[in-house]
Design a protein around this ligand. Structure first.
Ligand SMILES: Cc1cc2nc3c(=O)[nH]c(=O)nc-3n(C[C@H](O)[C@H](O)[C@H](O)COP(=O)(O)O)c2cc1C
Length: 299
């Protein structure tokens, strides 16, 4: 059986990548120890970021990434951060919310694996031209930086796959369970990037204010909206926060997938839910498709 391109690229067991959702290393180390690619959101001051990298290494000897949301900070600042990545020999970087030209060349020259978050075909082409090793495609449903065009997962993954068939492709968002994983793989993704599901884990405790878990756990399919501005992350609606917290002044980034998340679990449980029994689930989907073929033949 051929190997999974995301596992091959990063040297990890499961094609599960953590998004840049917290600068604290504990959650990322748990993800890497469980067999995925943990992440440190690279937004802390330079010395602090270096300490976070070193702390991560005390907690895990497995591969991990640093995420640079490029819109946060000017290109010079971002390059200073990237120099620390190189000095500390961090194996991978995920860039998002900005031009892939800013860091890709410099990082690749130093042997760092670079993936870029894209929200449409034109972004994907630019990232490929910049020389990235993988694409992370983030649709409108996700809890992240989804671009202005609001393209859905069902269209984004096949469209990017057709445009750039040879680059490893990671679907960011809409996944909290096995059915979601099977669905994005069926669309053409090689793996997943998780955000919201990992926020509501035991290992993430202490990374976010209490309101974050409360909002995600209480959410239904109507609880999120696009934030204003250029990057427009998906956030909790003010009227939903008012109903849950008694105030509309608190909010969080959260994906539509919040509607499927109703308890705090461990990172290991997330992996178990996604990867144990996946083959049976895929088989049951294949059986249903076979049934359709038979219906077609008798019609
Ligand atoms: C609380 C929160 C903070 C996030 N911050 C960032 C960030 O700084 N940089 C980034 O690239 N993505 C960020 N994201 C997006 C995630 O990395 C991931 O791509 C996204 O959450 C996937 O969609 P999902 O929430 O439906 O799983 C954030 C997501 C959440 C929920």
């Amino acid at each position: 059986m051929s190997k999974n391109p995301v596992c091959e690229l990063y040297g990890i067991r499961y094609p599960l990548v953590m998004g840049g959702i917290t600068p604290k290393p504990e959650l990322g180390a748990a993800v890497s120890n469980a067999g995925g690619l943990g992440c440190i959101e690279g937004i802390a001051p330079l010395d602090q970021m270096r300490e976070q990298i070193r702390r991560f290494r005390e907690l895990s000897d497995k591969p991990f990434s640093i995420n640079f949301p490029l819109a946060m900070g000017n290109p010079e600042q971002v390059q200073e951060r990237a120099k620390i990545v190189i000095e500390e020999k961090v194996p991978a970087v995920i860039t998002s919310a900005g031009s892939p030209k800013i860091l890709t060349g410099m990082l690749k020259e130093a042997g760092v694996i670079v993936a870029h978050v894209v929200a449409g075909i034109s972004h994907a082409r630019k990232a490929a031209a910049a020389g990235v090793d993988a694409l992370i495609a983030e649709p409108t449903e996700s809890g992240g930086y989804r671009g202005a065009n609001e393209i859905s997962m069902m269209v984004l993954i096949p469209a990017v796959r057709r445009t750039l068939p040879d680059l490893p492709l990671i679907a960011a968002g809409t996944v909290a369970d096995r059915a979601g994983l099977v669905a994005v793989m069926a669309l053409g993704a090689d793996g997943v990037q998780l955000g919201t599901r990992l926020v509501v884990t035991k290992e993430a405790e202490g990374s976010y204010g209490d309101h974050v878990n409360k909002l995600i756990l209480a959410a239904d399919d109507t609880s999120t909206m696009s934030a204003d501005g250029r990057i427009r992350p998906r956030i909790s609606k003010p009227e939903f926060a008012e109903a849950v917290l008694g105030t509309s002044s608190k909010r969080t980034q959260m994906g539509q997938v919040s509607a499927l998340i109703d308890k705090v679990v461990t990172v290991d449980e997330v992996f178990k839910e996604l990867f144990e029994g996946g083959e049976e689930h895929a088989q049951s989907v294949a059986d249903r498709l076979k049934q359709l073929t038979r219906v077609g033949q008798t019609a």
